[in-house]
Design a protein around this ligand. Sequence first.
Ligand SMILES: [Zn+2]
Length: 169
Amino acid sequence: MGGTQPEAGTGSEVDVDERWMRHAFDLTDHAQQAFDEIPVGAVLVGAEGQLLGEGWNRNIVDHDPAAHAEIVAMREAGRRLGNHRLVGATLYVSLEPCAMCAMALVHARVARVVYGAADPKTGACGSVFDLLTDPRHNHRVDVRGGVLGEEAGRRLSNYFRVKRGRPLL
Ligand SMILES: [Zn+2]
């Protein structure tokens, strides 16, 4: 774990985004320990601050190429709300969403995405593609990246380092 980042200043206020990101990190631990999936976690939170859905990568266990953490969380939220539109919701995810997930977020009319680590290989929220703010879409999503980003990146790196027998960062 580790993850001591003094950037929050005095610590007198807990950043709401960081609090939900920590919740997403808990899901990454679950994905890794229970399923040996790539540890990505996502939490969907409603406009009133209520938890709507949780997800972690389930590609391997579900034999499902679309079962990214974000999709799993949105499916749970949709079932819970009885609605395929998730208007006003915020998605917290430990890794920058890919193109598939970004488009699903646009389709769902999610209001905001907060991610941890940027993904320079497939990130679609500004790194490789910028699908959430593209004016050609009929809906745009606010983006905040890099929330607890250093810890998010280290967690992912350590997953692969363990696989390769390398020491943890
Ligand atoms: Zn994805």
